[in-house]
Write a protein of this length. Structure first.
Length: 453
C-alpha cells in the first residue's frame, strides 16, 4: 500500500485514526498502531512480513542481551553481522553472483529474489537501536510492543525518514496529543501528497518519455536529466513530508529529511540538505566510528571513500550505484582539500549553478540501469548524438512550466512559522487535496521511487 492511493486515503487512514483515538491508553494505541502497520506492510508484501517479525524479535533480544551481557561488544558485533547478512542475502546476492560470473567467466545459478520493500530502512533502524543500547545512549527496551512499533510504524516503514531509536525512545511510551499538532500534520501530509501526485508524477512522465527515445540530442538529454532531478526530489521529499505529517497525527515527531537541497552552493551543503536522516546515520554509525577526520588527512580520505561507496550500495545492488556514491565521495574530498579556497572567490550564483549541474550529472548514474547505460546517456548530454533535434523546441517550450513548478519546493522554504492566516493555509491545502485526488483518479499506479531501496 502507498500513501498516494485512494485505498489509503479513504479507507486505511480514516479507520486507523478512528481506532487509534478511540483508545485512551498508550498501550492500546500502540497495539492499534502495530496492527495497522503490519496490515499496511502485508498489503503489498504478505510473505516478507515474516522476515520483519524475525528482525523485530532478533534485535529486541540482542538489545536486552547487550545491556545484560558481560561481553556486550561481542553481542553487538554478532547483531550487526546478522542484520547485514539478512540485508545482503535479499538485496545483494544477485549482484555478487553476477559480478563473480562476469569476472571469472562462470555461470553460477542466481536465485531471483524479490526485494522486501523497505528492508534497507528498517534494517538500519534496527541497527541504530542495538548500537544506541551498546553506547548507553538509550536503555534496552524491556517490552516488545514499543520496540515492534518502532520498527514497523507505517508512516516511515517503507521509505523513511530513518528514525534513530535515541530520538524517538520516549515517544514510544509517552506521547503528547494536541489539536495543533494533528492539524499541522494534516497540512504537512497534504503538501507532500501534492508534491508526489501533481509534481513528481507529471515531471516523471517527461523523463520517462525522453529516456525511451533513441535519437535524442544533447539539449533534450539535459531536459530529461533535469526532469529526473526534479522528479526524484518531489517524489522522495513528498513521501517524507507525508510520513512526517502522519507522524504528527499520531503524536510522533520525525526528523526533517529535506531542506531545500537544490538551493545548495556546494556538494557538502547539498548532502546536509538531502536525505538528512541517511546522511546522519552514516555519519554517526560509520564515519565517526571509522575515525572521521581525527586521524589525519589520508585516513579521512579513506573513510570518506568507504562511507560513500557504501552509501551508493545502500541505494541499489548495481555498480552504477557504487559509481554514484564514489562520484560524490571524490567530489566531497576535492571540495574539502582542494576547491574550497577557489569556491570562496567565486560569486554565489556560480557556485550554485556548478553544484546543480554536478547533482544533475550524478542522477544519471542513479536512473540508469547499468554503468554503461549511464556512460551512454552522459555522452549524449555532452554532444555525442548532436545538440538539437527536430523536437528540441517542443520539449523546451512544452514542459518549462511544470519544471519550474517542480523546482520551487526544492529551493524555497514553505515554513511560515504561523505567519500566514490559518484560513488561507487550509483553503490552499483543501484545493491541493482535491486536485491530488483528481490526479489519482485519472492516472495509473505510480509507486514511490525510493520503495526499491
Amino acid at each position: 500500500m502507498v500513501f498516494s492511493s485512494l485505498n489509503f486515503l479513504f479507507i486505511f487512514l480514516p479507520i486507523t485514526l478512528l481506532l487509534y483515538y478511540i483508545c485512551k491508553d498508550i498501550t492500546w494505541k500502540n497495539v492499534i498502531l502495530l496492527i495497522a502497520s503490519l496490515v499496511f506492510y502485508a498489503w503489498g508484501e504478505p510473505v516478507y512480513i515474516i522476515l520483519m517479525v524475525i528482525s523485530i524479535l532478533f534485535n529486541y533480544l540482542i538489545g536486552k542481551d547487550i545491556e545484560q551481557s558481560s561481553h556486550p561488544k561481542a553481542t553487538l558485533v554478532f547483531g550487526i553481522i546478522i542484520n547485514i547478512l539478512i540485508l545482503g542475502y535479499f538485496k545483494y546476492s544477485g549482484m555478487l553472483v553476477d559480478t563473480i560470473n562476469s569476472i571469472a567467466g562462470l555461470s553460477i545459478h542466481k536465485r531471483e529474489l524479490a526485494l522486501p520493500v523497505g528492508i534497507s530502512f528498517y534494517t538500519f533502524q534496527a541497527m541504530s537501536y542495538i548500537i544506541d543500547v551498546y553506547r548507553k545512549d538509550s536503555k534496552a527496551q524491556q517490552k516488545i510492543l514499543p520496540f515492534a512499533v518502532y520498527i514497523t510504524m507505517f508512516p516511515q516503514l517503507i521509505a523513511g525518514p530513518i528514525v534513530r531509536y535515541e530520538d524517538i525512545e520516549r515517544q514510544l511510551t509517552v506521547r503528547r496529543f494536541s489539536g495543533n499538532d494533528f492539524s499541522g500534520g494534516v497540512l504537512t501530509f497534504i503538501k507532500g501528497l501534492a508534491q508526489k501526485v501533481i509534481l513528481a508524477n507529471c515531471i516523471g512522465a517527461v523523463h520517462t518519455e525522453i529516456l525511451g527515445m533513441t535519437d535524442r540530442g544533447a539539449v533534450v538529454a539535459w531536459i530529461g536529466a533535469i526532469a529526473y532531478t526534479l522528479q526524484i526530489f518531489n517524489d522522495f521529499a513528498g513521501y517524507s513530508n507525508m510520513a512526517i505529517g502522519l507522524g504528527k497525527m499520531l503524536g510522533f515527531t520525525f526528523p526533517k529529511n529535506f531542506d531545500r537541497p537544490y538551493a545548495s552552493t556546494s556538494v557538502t551543503e547539498f548532502w546536509r540538505r538531502w536525505h538528512i536522516s541517511l546522511s546522519t546515520w552514516f555519519k554517526e554509525y560509520l564515519y565517526i566510528p571509522l575515525g572521521g577526520n581525527r586521524k589525519g588527512k589520508f585516513r579521512q580520505v579513506i573513510n570518506l571513500l568507504i562511507v560513500w561507496s557504501l552509501t551508493g550500495l545502500w541505494h541499489g545492488a548495481a555498480w552504477n550505484f557504487v559509481a554514484w556514491g564514489l562520484y560524490y565521495g571524490i567530489l566531497l574530498i576535492l571540495e574539502k582539500f582542494v576547491l574550497n579556497k577557489l569556491r570562496a572567490k567565486l560569486p554565489k550564483a556560480v557556485n550554485w549553478l556548478t553544484t546543480f549541474i554536478i547533482v544533475i550529472i550524478g542522477w544519471v548514474f542513479f536512473f540508469s540501469n547499468s554503468f554503461s547505460g549511464a556512460a551512454d546517456y552522459l555522452g549524449t548530454m555532452f554532444g555525442a548524438n548532436g545538440f538539437a533535434t527536430a523536437d528540441t523546441l517542443f520539449y523546451l517550450l512544452g514542459y518549462i512550466v511544470i519544471m519550474v513548478l517542480g523546482m520551487v519546493p526544492a529551493v524555497v522554504s514553505f515554513d511560515d512559522n504561523g505567519k500566514k492566516p490559518a484560513v488561507i493555509k487550509w483553503i490552499a491545502c483543501i484545493l491541493l487535496f482535491v486536485l491530488s485526488v483528481a490526479f489519482l483518479v485519472s492516472e495509473s499506479y505510480n509507486p514511490f521511487l525510493y520503495f526499491r531501496f
